[in-house]
Design a binder for this molecule. Structure first.
Ligand code: ADP
Length: 258
């Protein structure tokens, strides 16, 4: 893109603007893929709802037992759509705040305790024991409490759901060189190494059936990644396939003396 400073003067200096569009192009590509994936995810339950409506108005019109069963499935599909929309909105809200530093000092211990308490019933239902190793002194980070609840809620819920077979989930908190970290470990099937880098992509699921069974949307870890970026925190994922997985969040060193 170039233009003379003064269009009427043939000897006018020229302004030459060079812009690297590759980053914008790839962002556009990601956006297009995202919209396509989101539409596809919403269309599946929608198609199922439409199909059942048709059946209920036609062949199943006078079959009360079938009606009851179909209404049950329709309710599940509607709930699935509603979870997807909630997660999509959550993601877009967080993206909008991406460049704003979170405001408050937050004690990670209270976040973890809150999340563990809230997830106890699910853990009990699935036969998983949650073990926590919470230090006696504060672990303060600068953050957004609700968002951090979402992060650890997601990681611990995943450990319970996908690590169910291992029977326990362990939450460990530590501070190393002033940097607070929280790790969530499970003893389930783990994740094959080649899938690990893709886990935080939107809608990426290792086992689609397991995710569906556990009412997953495939957006949980994408939300986690975005929240952590805003907190300048890092997520690392370790897994030996067959022996479980460990998700560790490390915050920048800061508020805490050590
Ligand atoms: P979902 O809504 O499907 O749970 P997430 O973004 O939270 O979506 O996780 C993406 C996928 O990563 C899950 O569908 C699952 O296949 C895999 N995953 C996440 N956590 C674990 C874990 N602790 N053990 C094994 N697989 C996991």
């Amino acid at each position: 893109w170039f233009a003379p400073l003064d269009a009427a003067d043939p000897t006018s200096p020229i302004i030459l603007t060079i812009e690297d569009l590759s980053e914008r192009r790839s962002a556009d590509r990601v956006r297009v893929d995202f919209v396509a994936n989101a539409s596809h995810e919403l269309r599946t339950p929608l198609a199922s709802l439409a199909g059942f409506i048709e059946t209920l108005r036609g062949p199943a019109r006078d079959d009360p037992a079938a009606r009851e069963r179909f209404l049950g499935i329709m309710q599940q599909q509607a709930e699935r759509m509603s979870r997807l929309v909630d997660d999509l909105l959550s993601l877009s809200r967080i993206e909008m705040k991406a460049h704003l530093r979170p405001p408050d000092p937050v004690d990670l211990r209270s976040v973890v305790n809150h999340v563990v308490e809230a997830l106890e019933p699910l853990a009990r239902d699935l036969g998983v024991r949650i073990e926590t190793d919470v230090p006696s002194e504060d672990m303060v980070v600068v953050g957004d409490r609700d968002e951090l609840i979402q992060v650890f809620g997601n990681l611990i819920e995943n450990a319970i759901k996908y690590g169910q077979g291992g029977g326990r989930a362990v939450v460990t908190m530590a501070t190393q060189a002033g940097a607070p970290s929280v790790s969530v470990r499970d003893f389930g099937p783990g994740i094959p190494a080649e899938y690990i880098p893709r886990l935080t992509e939107r809608f990426y699921r290792v086992d689609l059936d397991a995710s569906r069974r556990h009412r997953g949307t495939g957006l949980g870890l994408a939300i986690v990644k975005h929240i952590l970026a805003r907190h300048q925190a890092r997520l690392s994922i370790q897994s030996v396939f067959g022996e479980g997985a460990t998700f560790t969040v490390t915050f920048p060193p800061g508020v805490n003396p050590g």
